[in-house]
Design a protein around this ligand. Structure first.
Ligand code: FES
Length: 487
């Protein structure tokens, strides 16, 4: 048996594994980055109609979206008492409100009189006063005033407090859940919360936030960010420095899955090309830094953004590498130095993976948090109101609060218009053109699903296991919900 045969596993790409790459790294590997469990979920096709059928979508809304934890905003979006943030999903509109005691409450944004929304937008409020007939509530949700109270004897008999939505927090994020009987947030988040302890997301600030409505079902959008093997076709510029098809995929729980993709190594899909370490660095520089970069852009109209975050600006391309230094080692070292120069923290002992790799954790059904110490990308995918064939994607980038402060102000959301592309976002830097490549596929996927001749969609056993698990959980929640409704 030759070496190649010995390493080959039928359920993995025959090249080296992500763990093989970690073994060559220069720092100790944290235990939580080691390979995790997978699931055998079968290989049956799933109906293409699950991406556009209105009856299926209505069941998703009723039995999934109104039952799951979903992040609504960051705590830093509502720092002061009576600060209000408006969150919308699947036709629900809620107010997330900072309380006098520092706590957070969420209320349905609907007047108890004839239903007008109480707040049209975010801001610091004296009270929650309806602009129709003037009924008002304190920001605590307690009833405050009815200018026409003489004509509403029934209100004397009613609890006039604003109905609340469940709220919990983690890592500086405010999560809401429309189900009063939902299990605690940690039931959904673990083991992610333990793994992310060291990254201290509460002490990060929102350095970028771009969003856009995209003409595809929300699952089409989510699935575009749940595997790496589309790189060679969709993002060929990244392949010279990305270990795409040999990424690691784990299912840590029903709700938490992840994928790890190495940076600074050549894609096995380019194995027939002789890429040296200098070629890797040149390709990375040409792409504007590694794809985990983000941040400010120096884009001029008509140009692709070339400028990654400051922490990666000095990666560049040296004239030569010292003996024994690989492109991955070089990239890690200059990134450690640049990150430390930017925020004052010491990254000398941080593992290579946590400095430059794409370490994406997903939380069912619609959130993704990048682990590590480089600026952390966070995704959120959700339906666009009650339309099964459009959805909203949010991309935020969290940066570490500088060691010696002060805490920077978070940016506001920048919503792209339908005809604006992601590379036009002033906040995403080198990420923008990469997102635009992803988004080019999505309307085509949506139309192709409707055009399907077989009516089925198929998933790869390993690399798309996480996508299949998404569908398995949705189907399970719908079945359980329908059974309860019929009981
Ligand atoms: Fe709000 Fe009448 S609908 S006061």
């Amino acid at each position: 048996m030759d070496d190649t045969t010995a390493r080959f596993r039928a359920d993995r790409h025959p090249s080296e594994s992500y763990e093989d790459i970690l073994e060559r790294d220069t720092r100790a590997i944290p235990d939580h980055l080691r390979q995790g469990p997978t699931r055998d979920l079968g290989d049956e096709g799933i109906p293409a109609s699950d991406y556009y059928d209105r009856d299926h979508f209505a069941k998703e809304v009723r039995h999934v979206w109104l039952k799951v934890w979903q992040w609504a905003c960051r705590e830093e979006d509502i720092p002061n008492p009576n600060d209000v943030f408006v969150y919308e999903n699947v036709g629900k509109n809620i107010l997330v409100v900072r309380q006098e005691d520092g706590g957070i409450k969420a209320f349905y944004n609907s007047c108890l009189h004839r239903g007008r929304k109480l707040a049209d937008g975010p801001g610091n409020k004296v009270d929650l006063r309806c602009k129709y007939h003037g009924l008002a509530w304190h920001c605590s949700g307690a009833f405050k005033h009815n200018p026409i109270g003489w004509d509403f004897p029934q209100f004397q008999r009613m609890d006039m407090s604003l109905p609340e939505v469940r709220v919990e927090t983690w890592g500086g994020f405010v999560f809401v859940n429309f189900d009063p009987a939902a299990k605690p947030l940690m039931d959904t988040l673990q083991p992610l919360a333990d793994h992310f302890d060291r990254y201290d997301f509460a002490n990060r600030y929102k350095a970028a936030h771009t969003s856009k409505v995209v003409p595809c079902n929300w699952k089409v959008m989510a699935e575009a960010f749940m595997e790496s093997h589309h790189t060679i076709v969709t993002h060929p510029q990244l392949a010279p420095f990305l270990g795409d098809v040999n990424s690691q995929y784990d299912a840590l729980s029903d709700h938490v899955t992840r994928q790890f993709t190495a940076t600074g190594v050549v894609s096995p899909m380019l194995a027939d090309r002789r890429f040296g370490d200098m070629d890797i660095l040149k390709a990375m520089a040409a792409a504007g830094g590694s794809h985990v970069a983000g941040g400010r852009s120096s884009r001029k109209d008509g140009e692709v953004a070339k400028r990654p975050v400051r922490a990666r600006e000095s990666v560049g391309t040296p004239d030569a590498l010292e003996e024994g230094v690989t492109a991955r080692m070089h990239t890690c070292e200059v990134t450690r130095a640049a990150l430390g120069a930017e925020d004052g923290w010491d990254y000398a002992q941080v593992s290579d993976a946590e400095i430059i790799d794409a370490l994406l954790y997903n939380v069912f059904p619609h959130m993704s948090f990048w682990a590590g110490y480089a600026p952390n990308v966070v995704y959120r995918w959700r339906p666009n109101g009650l339309d099964p064939e459009t959805s909203i994607m949010d991309v935020i980038i969290l940066k570490r609060v500088p060691k010696n402060g002060p805490r920077p102000q978070p940016v506001k959301e920048h919503r792209l218009a339908l005809d604006e592309d992601w590379s036009s976002s002033p906040m995403l830097g080198a990420l923008g053109p990469v997102f635009e490549q992803d988004m080019d596929n999505l309307p085509q996927v949506q139309e192709g699903l409707r055009a399907s001749g077989t009516g089925l969609v198929h998933f790869a056993l390993y690399s798309e296991m996480r996508i299949r698990l998404l569908h398995v959980l949705i189907a399970r929640m719908i079945a359980q919900g329908e059974a309860r409704a019929g009981a």
